[in-house]
Design a protein around this ligand. Structure first.
Ligand code: HEC
Length: 153
């Protein structure tokens, strides 16, 4: 354990040192927009940025089977009409649609975690990448992202 931690620390020192010396050899470090992001000008994060985890989408898939599949086919959420309706909307809007109206026969029966999880399952169905951090359930977090179905967008 300790050994691997030290090995890790050693390697990041090496990477740091390499980065420093690389910087030092550049006579006039030119600011590069792609490697020096300024927070105030950085593009808004989107659903293509790995905003949920596989475990979270897995919980969403279970909820889909128990609660949504009675009326929905997964293809409902990957077909062009659906994607076109929600593309460039905020994640917040889709979240609230589900929260306020679904299940159609029993709205407001899901808790925030369930709404969030099933939303991430919809993202996963569209081949959007998972990441290391779950999508949070608070309004501020949900409101942080735009819906983009294509990772290359
Ligand atoms: C009893 C049937 C029923 C159940 C159960 C149900 N839905 Fe729906 N869902 C509908 C209907 C009907 C519509 C279309 C509503 C409309 O157009 O007003 C819809 C629409 C939607 C839409 C919008 C689709 C679009 O094309 O824009 C989403 C997203 C959605 N449902 C998610 C869910 C999720 C997630 C669940 C499970 C938690 C769920 N629904 C459970 C009947 C259902």
């Amino acid at each position: 354990m300790l050994r691997s931690v030290r090995a890790l620390a050693g390697s990041s020192v090496f990477v740091l040192a390499a980065a420093c010396s690389a910087g030092g050899t550049a006579s006039a470090p030119a600011p590069s927009p792609s490697t020096a992001p300024a927070p105030e000008t950085r593009a808004e994060p989107t659903t293509a940025d790995g905003i949920f985890t596989l475990a979270q989408a897995g919980r969403g898939a279970e909820l889909f089977l128990s609660t949504c599949s009675e009326c929905h086919d997964t293809a409902d959420w990957t077909e062009p009409g659906f994607r076109g309706r929600w593309e460039d909307e905020s994640v917040f809007q889709l979240w609230y649609y589900i929260n306020d109206r679904m299940p159609y026969d029993d709205p407001w029966s899901l808790d925030r975690q369930q709404v969030t999880d099933v939303l991430t399952y919809i993202l996963q169905l569209n081949d959007l990448p998972a990441g290391d951090v779950e999508l949070g359930t608070d309004d501020d977090t949900i409101d942080d992202y735009w819906i983009r179905w294509s990772p290359a967008h």
